[in-house]
Design a binder for this molecule. Structure first.
Ligand SMILES: [Zn+2]
Length: 352
């Protein structure tokens, strides 16, 4: 069949139009692929952010630069070692016995000592302390720092005699610790609370008047006690972060742990019980510190509630020795929710 000029023109136009349409389809397709790549990249970046945050918990990321592949790998390994439990799970058969826990070694991953300052540079949110998960204590309370760091904790203060002595020793050795404060003491000695915070130590709510039966009372009573105590601390230091709660006598109940969580506080048990409140002599306190302190330990001591010369004397002797062996650090304070492009960062597993 003979192809006329008109038919040829139509054919040429069709080819040209097809070419244009085809190329625009290809351009569109390429553009879509670009968007897909962008989505992939942003997904990878958010994964990176998690890895960076994970790395920061272990002190790998001290400069804020993106995580290296090896640190990502370590973050993944760490996540495998420390799987976060969903929600506020009740204690399981594998949990420690309820009630006071004696000294125990915890399976904290070994690693090089971390700089004492690394907790302060952790950036996660919102509003709760960034820690690796640990719910091994009574009613899902925390017994370890979740890192190789060792945390010294001082209960029942502030006390006008012993708190300044403890603070001076901590300052001398540049050690940061965590103080579990009693509301009635806070209202009497607010300047000591300010000094504790000013020196870079972190805070824990230890109830209004050290009622060891508080946890057996109604949630409303428990909540009122915790809120009153936090209000007293905030009256002394308005912007203080109070991210931990410790029940007097370690007499935890599910209700106490639940209410603490509702108020944004992690329940803080311990690993090492120095029994210093029984005034057993400085040597006995030192022996417990020497024998039982391990990587990740939370050490229970008292700077108030009675005569605490044993505690002060033991600290004098043991702070330099413990510092040689361990990275001593305060449990991290809660932080304000950081904003990422207008969105809160997801809650870290350890903030539950
Ligand atoms: Zn106490």
């Amino acid at each position: 069949m003979k192809i006329g000029p008109t038919t040829r023109t139509i054919a040429i136009v069709t080819v040209i139009v097809s070419a244009i349409l085809g190329s625009s389809y290809l351009v569109g397709n390429a553009s879509n692929q670009e968007h897909e790549r962008e989505r992939d990249t942003s997904a990878a970046q958010s994964y990176d952010s998690d890895a960076v945050r994970g790395a920061r918990h272990r002190g790998d990321e001290r400069t804020g630069s993106p995580a290296s592949p090896s640190s990502r790998a370590r973050a993944t390994q760490s996540a495998a070692r420390n799987p976060a439990r969903p929600g506020d799970s009740a204690p399981t058969a594998t949990d420690a016995p309820q009630g006071g826990a004696g000294p125990q070694k915890q399976g904290v991953a070994a690693g090089p000592p971390l700089p004492a300052s690394f907790n302060q540079s952790v950036v996660v949110g919102p509003g709760k302390p960034p820690l690796m998960p640990d719910t091994a204590g009574p009613f899902g309370s925390r017994t370890t720092t979740g890192t190789v760091q060792v945390a010294l904790t001082f209960d029942d203060g502030p006390d006008p005699t012993y708190t300044p002595e403890v603070l001076a020793l901590l300052d001398e050795y540049n050690v940061k610790a965590t103080f579990c404060l009693v509301g009635e003491m806070v209202v009497q000695f607010p300047e000591l609370v300010r000094e504790i915070v000013d020196q870079g130590h972190t805070l824990c709510n230890h109830t209004w008047n050290h009622d060891v039966t508080l946890g057996t009372k109604s949630k409303a009573v428990i909540r009122a006690d915790m809120v009153k105590t936090n209000d007293a601390i905030h009256a002394a230091v308005p912007d203080a972060k109070i991210s931990y709660f410790r029940h007097p006598g370690g007499a935890w109940t599910q209700a106490a742990v639940d209410v603490a969580k509702e108020l944004g506080m992690s329940s803080l048990h311990w690993t090492v019980d120095t029994q210093d409140w029984t005034t057993p002599g400085a040597a006995a306190v030192e022996k417990v510190l020497t024998t039982d302190t391990a990587l990740g330990s939370i050490v229970l001591m008292h700077d108030a509630g009675g005569k605490r010369e044993n505690t002060v004397d033991a600290l004098k002797d043991m702070l330099p020795k413990l510092e040689e062996q361990f990275a001593l650090a305060a449990l991290p304070p809660g932080i304000d929710p950081p904003k990422l492009h207008g969105r809160d960062l997801p809650i870290h597993g350890g903030q539950k």
